[in-house]
Design a protein around this ligand. Structure first.
Ligand SMILES: NC(=O)C1=CN([C@@H]2O[C@H](COP(=O)(O)OP(=O)(O)OC[C@H]3O[C@@H](n4cnc5c(N)ncnc54)[C@H](OP(=O)(O)O)[C@@H]3O)[C@@H](O)[C@H]2O)C=CC1
Ligand SMILES: O=C(O)C1=N[C@H](C(=O)O)C[C@H](O)C1
Length: 254
């Protein structure tokens, strides 16, 4: 399969290696300095483009890719709140194709299913209050992480006494703490920590007066995200519309 890469940073470089090792050809690499290549024949020849950039440029990369008539896989986070509905509509009604996930790893897909199952149980036990925390490397631009937002949406779907997530405390790389986890009973706070080179650590914690139940996913490397993105590209080559992990791993559907 012919793959174009958009964004050649930490994820883009690892995706290139895994895609080649699975027999794919990288026909074009677009970074910040060669934006004209969206119009190149090499880019247009790709079966799928894989995009990992940042929250500020992801939307415009999607529009340029759609214009070039190329299917897209993207893991960029932090753009959904502003452009999510428009992009979904372009895919469900406008003939475009985007496979998007806040987290491409199989482990987080399993964790996500476990999260929803636990939340369904906890809906019956109001003595437990729920909070979430996520830790990532100091280079990360968005907070809370896209994964944390997706996990929070899974909890809100299942727990009637919670109807919105809110930003909790933020521990910055320089050690300063801002924000608060004090919130209304209907709110789910997500606290964020930025330290070192942490690949991605997500914990969901249910606390009563007498005990705590918590579940954690701890990424040991970017390997899971990278393989998942390439598997998603292989899937996207033969599918259309707005696609996600529940299409790739149907066991996630409850
Ligand atoms: N869904 C998932 O499973 C995962 C998602 N992510 C998300 O993916 C995104 C990228 O992560 P990561 O690779 O670690 O980040 P990096 O910062 O390492 O890489 C992003 C790259 O995109 C480049 N870039 C900036 N603007 C443009 C542009 N307009 N067009 C093309 N390239 C551009 C940057 O160049 P320069 O450095 O010169 O600005 C940089 O090389 C983030 O949003 C992150 O949250 C990350 C891991 C897993
Ligand atoms: O920026 C990262 O590194 C990651 N971003 C994604 C997110 O925002 O959830 C996925 C993963 O946790 C790594």
């Amino acid at each position: 399969m012919k793959i174009a890469l958009i964004g050649y940073g930490k994820m883009g470089k690892e995706i290139e290696k895994v895609a080649r090792s699975r027999g794919h050809e990288i026909v074009c690499i677009i970074d910040i300095n060669n934006q004209d290549d969206f119009e190149s024949e090499a880019f247009k020849s790709a079966d799928v483009a894989i995009e990992f950039t940042n929250p500020m440029v992801a939307y415009s990369n999607y529009m340029k890719t759609f214009k070039a008539g190329v299917k897209l896989v993207s893991g960029s986070t932090g753009w959904m709140a502003e452009h999510g509905e428009e992009i979904k509509k372009l895919c469900t009604e406008g003939g475009k194709t985007l496979f998007w996930s806040s987290n491409f790893s199989l482990g987080v897909s399993i964790f996500s299913a476990l999260n929803k199952y636990l939340a369904k149980i906890m809906n019956q036990f109001p003595a437990y209050d729920v909070t979430m925390s996520e830790t990532h490397h100091i280079h990360k631009l968005d907070a809370p992480s896209g994964t944390a937002i997706t996990l929070a949406e899974g909890i809100l779907e299942k727990i009637d006494r919670k109807d919105k997530w809110v930003k909790g405390t933020f521990l910055a790389p320089d050690g300063t703490i801002s924000g608060t986890n004090d919130c209304a009973p209907n709110e789910l706070p997500i606290s964020s920590i930025r330290e070192g080179e942490v690949f991605g650590l997500h914990t969901i914690r249910y606390e009563s007066d007498v005990d705590t139940i918590s579940i954690t996913h701890d990424a040991k490397s970017r390997g899971g995200f990278v393989l998942g993105a390439v598997l998603a590209a292989e899937y996207t080559a033969t599918h259309e519309g707005f696609l996600g992990m529940s299409d790739l791993f149907p066991f996630l559907n409850d």
